[in-house]
Ligand binder design. Structure first.
Ligand code: ADP
Ligand code: MG
Ligand code: MG
Ligand code: MG
Ligand code: MG
Length: 653
């Protein structure tokens, strides 16, 4: 759990004075814990998912759906339960940025020793646990409320979008927003409002979010909104939907997975090898085509959230000459990673990394691995944006709060998580963070299990998926575009078997790509970076392209043949892999494609990109029915008898 310490938050003016203090001690804390824990070995693979949910209030009379600001109420009940039941909790609940959001995880991580096949039987628990999670909250809701997995609330920031109603107060609110009231920010913990306020004060203006609008036949051309507000007038862009508060991005829900590696080196490998999969999995999970009541030309939340927490000053952005700031910074605090950290990864680090030389030198001098030191020194170019008076002085031998302060406000596609010194049971972990939440537990579980299985083939077959990191960034931009799964191509490695791969890996590759023996067999080792990647569609990356690339799915399926699994688990895994495979091929829609189609086919839609209250209501009502197994959405999951049996009336089973 990031940094969620209670205390009295400092204003930006106070926080900035302590920025150097926080960083210096954060680095010392990292160095101390690194040396204590660098040789730590963990026998068990442990892993767990995090789902962020949205609370919705339906108003049948007015035919409106609003976000329901009752996370605080629910969390105090859940906190009580956690205190009473402790370790026997089946799920855990945590606050998120929105007062209409709540994050749920399994009560304890899934896990098993690597050789132990019970690892795979855990896979049957994932979807069940997700269902229990939802039902635990649902039991506390009234019939006109729902807990849904929607990545972005379509009419977030539109007039009267919250329940209870909240008044906008741009002059006094923490964000200064003309759309998003403070009441919609979770208030049960000072972290969230402080973050919003300090980010705005640091940049000396409101955040600016502009997302290209989806141009339909009746969309005004050019599309330019008028606002009676000076900052808005300056910030808007033609043909873009404008937003002005942290709550737009941080008010989106995502799906994350954390893995424990057996040691530091394995964590570095996983961090790097999963990086090229971030844009691919983001596109496959795309679920957020609507912002502030308009259909947009992007299908994912990433760009919204990246702009929503961008605390860079004009100097750091390169818009003004450098006077006070230390660095020009090329990315938001919320963005894709800038460097690989494993030994094999270094040669693919081709974008200039901005990092603090002094901290880097200090870490390296103490014996921290240079690539890890660079990564940390890169995170530490940022200022702390929340700080509590009670936490200023810490015991650098045993505390990690100053380190966590900077680490937990660098929101990147991957996160490298050192073991917390205070929890001896937890090892070196990496977190996979790009995915959007899916409507059903079935889909969420499928994505989670797919990623867990990929980590197994990456490690077992010692695959190399690395691309120059600049190409991963190019892929990130493509991945967010409308219908990226169908319309875009992505850089990917042609040859993923390495010199160190075991013989069964090439055998598997041969079996997985019958037409592909020449390309992948004779010259499977590849050292030329520029020659190593090609542009492929997501279908080709997942399902393979004959003569070019074997496909991740055939490799996975082959791997599964070599593992003993009980029939039930086997069946579950097969259904999950089938979903991913069909989504990649376009046979099934992504949630984003399905939502867009729903809007465009709605009788109230005027082909002008506007998602009205009535459309919003019907969309969310339909999502609720799908979630609860009242209807089956064939576009999303197919209509096989197995799927019907599994998903329809699921809640009654
Ligand atoms: P954060 O919000 O900082 O990413 P959370 O504590 O909310 O972290 O969730 C992290 C996820 O990691 C949860 O799914 C949890 O079950 C899982 N997890 C907990 N302990 C471990 C561990 N030792 N190894 C791997 N995953 C773990
Ligand atoms: Mg969490
Ligand atoms: Mg978190
Ligand atoms: Mg979260
Ligand atoms: Mg997380």
């Amino acid at each position: 759990m990031g940094l969620l310490t209670l205390g009295q938050p400092l204003t930006w003016n106070e926080t900035r004075k302590y920025a150097e203090h926080v960083r210096e001690h954060g680095i010392i804390q990292f160095i101390n814990s690194y040396h204590k824990l660098k040789d730590r070995q963990d026998e068990y693979l442990k892993w767990g998912d995090e789902i962020e949910y949205m609370l919705i209030k339906f108003d049948k009379k007015q035919q409106r759906a609003r976000v329901c600001l009752k996370a605080g109420e629910l969390l105090s009940i859940m906190d009580e339960r956690e205190k009473k039941e402790g370790n026997s909790r089946i799920c855990l609940w945590r606050p998120e940025f929105g007062a209409f959001m709540i994050e749920g995880t399994p009560g304890s991580p899934y896990g098993a020793s690597d050789l132990d096949l019970t690892l795979l039987s855990n896979f049957n628990e994932v979807e069940k646990n997700m269902k229990i999670r939802r039902q635990e909250i649902e039991a506390l809701l009234s019939p006109d409320e729902a807990l849904l997995c929607v990545t972005s609330f379509p009419r977030l920031g539109c007039p009267d979008f919250t329940w209870p109603q909240a008044q906008l107060d741009p002059a006094k609110s923490v964000t200064g927003s003309i759309f998003f009231p403070d009441e919609a920010i979770f208030g049960g913990h000072p972290r969230f409002r402080t973050l919003a306020q300090n980010i705005r004060h640091r940049r000396k203006r409101r955040v600016i979010i502009n997302i290209p609008i989806y141009r339909d036949i009746k969309t005004p051309d050019p599309f330019i909104e008028e606002f009676n507000d000076e900052e808005a007038k300056e910030a808007i862009k033609a043909d873009h939907v404008y937003m002005d508060a942290m709550g737009f991005g941080m008010g989106c829900c995502c799906l994350q997975v954390t893995f424990q590696a057996s040691n530091l080196d394995e964590a570095r490998i996983l961090y790097d090898q999963l990086t090229p999969l971030c844009p691919i999995m983001m596109a496959l999970s795309a679920a957020s085509p609507i912002q502030r009541g308009y259909l947009c030309d992007l299908d994912c939340r990433w760009s919204v959230i990246s702009q929503a927490v961008d605390d860079r000053t004009k100097e750091e952005l390169g818009e003004e000459p450098m006077k006070f700031c230390k660095f020009r910074i090329n990315k938001s605090r919320y963005d894709s990673i800038d460097s690989y950290i494993s030994a094999d990864g270094d040669k693919y680090n081709d974008i200039p990394l901005i990092y603090d030389q002094v901290y880097y030198d200090k870490m390296v001098k103490s014996g921290v691995d240079p690539l890890i030191a660079k990564h940390i020194a890169h995170l530490f170019i940022r200022d702390p944006v929340t700080l509590y008076r009670e936490k200023l002085d810490q015991d650098d031998e045993n505390d990690m709060d100053h380190f966590e302060n900077i680490q937990s406000t660098n929101w990147q596609t991957m996160r490298f998580k050192p073991p917390p010194p205070s929890s001896p049971g937890i090892g070196w972990r990496v977190e996979f963070r790009p995915m959007e939440v899916q409507i059903t537990e079935f889909e969420n579980a499928a994505l989670v299990v797919f990623i867990v299985l990929l980590t197994r083939i990456i490690l077992t077959y010692r695959l190399n998926l690395l691309l120059p990191i600049s190409k991963v960034d190019e892929n990130m931009k493509e991945a967010q575009k409308r219908d990226a799964v169908q319309r875009c191509r992505f850089w990917f490695r042609k040859r993923i078997i390495t010199q160190t791969s075991p013989p069964e890996a090439s055998a598997c590759l041969r079996a997985a790509s019958t037409n592909d023996i020449k390309n992948c067999d004779e010259d499977i080792i590849d050292n030329d970076i520029d020659e190593s990647c090609v542009l492929l569609t997501i279908d080709e990356i997942i399902n393979g392209k004959s003569g070019m690339f074997p496909g991740l799915m055939p490799l996975l399926r082959h791997y599964l043949l070599s593992v003993e699994i009980d029939a039930e688990t086997h069946c579950t895994i097969n259904q999950y892999l089938n979903l991913i495979s069909c989504r990649a091929s376009g046979k099934y829609l992504t949630p984003a494609q399905w939502i867009r189609k729903f809007v465009q086919n709605h009788s109230d839609y005027k082909k002008d990109s506007v998602v009205s209250d009535k459309i919003n209501y019907d969309l969310l009502k339909t999502i609720k029915k799908i979630t609860k197994g009242k209807i089956l959405c064939e576009d999303l999951v197919g209509d096989s008898s197995y799927i019907k049996d599994r998903l329809l009336n699921g809640d009654a089973k």
